[in-house]
Design a protein around this ligand. Structure first.
Ligand code: MD3
Ligand code: FE
Length: 238
C-alpha cells in the first residue's frame, strides 16, 4: 500500500539515488540529539565565512576534518581540535551506500566506503545554499546526505556548470541521498526550506539539519595523528 502512495526510491541521474524515508523515527531522533551535542563549542557550529568576506546563511559543524572554503583543516576556527568522526557514523554511511546502490554493479559496490568527514548544516527558515560543486575532497568516493527536520527544495544540476538543466527535489526528514559516480561533481544547492514542516517528534520543531558524509582522501589516521602537514598534500609546500 505505502509504496503506491509514498515517494519511490529514484535514481535522478547516474549515481545520484534518492531513498525517501530511509531513517526510522528513532534513528532520526538519535541523529538530532547527536547534532545538538556536536554543535556545542569548542569546535562548535558557526557560519562559514567565504574568501570574499561573505557569510553563509547556513550554520555548519564538522567532524573528522574542519572544512573552510576551499580546504580541510585539523582545527576549527576557534583553534580547538575538530571533533572525532565516530565509527557508528561510518557504519551508517556504509549501509547508506549499500542500500542506495542495491542491485547496481556500478559506482561502489565492490568499494568499501570509509567516510572520515561529516559536515552538518543547519538551516533556519531563511537559510539557503547557492549552486556549487564539492571538490575539496581528494578522492571521488560518494557523498551521503541525510536530511532531518523541515522539508527543503534541493536543486540537482549538472557537471558542466551552474545553469540548466536541473531537477528540483523535495528532501524530507529521514531521506537519504547518495551522490557518486558521474554525479559526484555535479552542481547542486538548496533553494529554501518549507514553512510549517518542522518535526517536533524528532526534537527539531523548526529548521532543517543535513548531514553529509565524505571521504576526504587525506589519510587513514585523521587530523589528530597525521594532519595535512604530514600528508605531503596540504599547505603550500614551502
Ligand atoms: C551532490 N549540502 O554540504 S545535501 C553540502 O542540504 C551541501 O545541506 C546540501 O551541498 C544540504 O555541500 C545538499 C546534498 C548533496 C551534498 C553533497 C553533494 C549533494 C551533492 C556532493 C556532490 C553532488
Ligand atoms: Fe554540496
Amino acid at each position: 500500500m505505502s509504496v503506491l502512495f509514498g515517494r519511490p526510491r529514484e535514481q535522478i541521474a547516474p549515481g545520484a539515488v534518492h531513498v525517501p524515508g530511509w531513517l526510522s523515527e528513532a534513528e532520526q531522533r538519535h541523529l538530532v540529539q547527536a547534532c545538538r551535542d556536536w554543535a556545542k563549542p569548542p569546535a562548535g557550529i558557526r557560519h562559514t565565512v567565504m574568501p570574499s568576506g561573505g557569510v553563509m546563511s547556513v550554520q555548519t559543524v564538522c567532524l573528522g576534518w574542519h572544512w573552510v572554503p576551499y580546504k580541510y583543516l585539523p582545527t576549527a576556527d576557534d583553534g580547538a581540535p575538530v571533533k572525532p568522526f565516530p565509527d557508528w557514523l561510518a557504519e551508517l554511511g556504509r549501509r547508506a551506500v549499500t542500500d542506495a546502490y542495491a542491485g547496481e554493479t556500478a559506482c561502489v559496490s565492490e568499494h568499501r566506503y570509509r567516510p572520515d568527514v561529516a559536515l552538518i548544516n543547519f538551516y533556519d527558515g531563511q537559510a539557503k545554499m547557492g549552486m556549487h560543486v564539492d571538490k575539496d575532497e581528494r578522492i571521488a568516493a560518494p557523498v551521503v546526505s541525510l536530511s532531518l527536520g523541515a522539508t527543503c527544495v534541493f536543486r540537482f544540476g549538472n557537471t558542466a556548470g551552474r545553469n540548466r538543466p536541473w531537477q528540483d527535489v523535495q528532501l524530507e526528514s529521514g531521506d537519504l541521498f547518495v551522490f557518486g559516480g558521474e554525479s559526484r561533481f555535479a552542481y547542486h544547492g538548496v533553494l529554501k526550506t518549507l514553512p510549517g514542516t518542522g518535526r517536533p517528534e524528532i526534537g527539531l520543531a523548526s529548521g532543517r539539519l543535513n548531514i553529509t558524509l565524505r571521504e576526504s582522501g587525506l589519510g587513514e589516521s585523521g587530523p589528530g595523528e597525521s594532519g595535512p602537514g604530514e600528508s605531503g598534500l596540504g599547505g603550500s609546500g614551502a
